[in-house]
Design a protein around this ligand. Sequence first.
Ligand code: PLP
Length: 393
Amino acid sequence: MKLLEAPLPVQTQPDYPGHTLLTPGPTPIHPRALKALTRPMLGHMDEEVFKVNSAIQADLRQMYGTAPEAFTALLAGTGSLGMEAGFANLVEPGDEVLVCANGSFGRRMAEMAARYGAQVRLVTAPLGEAIKAQDVADHLGSARMVAVVHGETSTGVLNPVPEIAELVRGSGALLTVDAVTTAGMEPFEMERWGVDYAYTGAQKCLSAPPGLAPIAVSERAFVRYAARRTPTPLWYCDFAGLRDYWTDHTYHHTVPVNLHFAFEEALRAALEEGLPERKERVRWMGQAILSALEPLGFSPYVANEADRLPTVLALRLPEGLDDAGIRAELRRREISITGGLGPTAGLIWRLGLMGEAARPAPYRILMAALEDILGTPGLLRRFEAALEAGLPE
Ligand code: PLP
């Protein structure tokens, strides 16, 4: 016990020079992606780029668990563009859209759907709680689309997408899922669950540079798109225009080729590691962090364990902890973590466990710094012991 509480010297991590980025996105760029960024530039209509794009499309089908021929692509923008493209292509003025809104990103979906002329209805849940699938079923009415955020980053809540999908299936409504904090790290089975449109951001679970939104579109969604009475108001992301480039290899707009190079490597690295292995890595890291911090008075913000989003660890702060002061001191030491948003500001920390952030090395740096700042010997040692005890097989 004495030994466990002995302070350890701050370790320097040769693998992680520079900044320690532990926010809920962006995440540290994967070394393979970083290297690929320096590849000589090619034209967006070059045969080699089309080959890279096809490999990305195939890998995205695997990541999202789509039907074999589902359309996948990268949009030249961040996760929010993925969100917007779904409403722009699949909603027409007057359509009823049922949005699950239990945090900031659910509310963003509702705002976007309204801007594309939808009649928006909301299903909500108290902050820190998941949406109940039965509430969605009870409010379906004649909705043409149901939209839900899988992992609500603002509160660290995982919404029950498979259960919601099961109740929406057969209703005639399309199902749009925000997979920004889940796809590539948590199970995502688009075809099996019955999801029609999914998107994420390259800078989250895949640890690629920001600026790309990987999307997947079901055949059913394309049928809805083809029956539009009015053209898609967002020309840049019109599904037909995207297909011109990604499927037919004709010019639509100039894609950011260097970001595609980096993304291809980051996604390949994720699939080579294995999606179940990545999920296990996140669980392992989350448990070790919690074991290390709980004795200091930190506790999970999301009360129901099944509702916790593994990739964003939301921790309630101990009474009297100087949230802003400690995060500022961490930042001075080149370590970034994130506090709460809106009603949870000052109440919680949100620790990112996506992609390359979910590794022992950067969290050792955080634990050592916290041990020093808080004057709590044994924190890093406790973290090491918990890592050792929970080591994935
Ligand atoms: N949806 C969720 C769940 C998110 O966490 C975020 C960003 O944090 C977004 C959408 C928006 O993505 P971006 O900031 O890449 O536009």
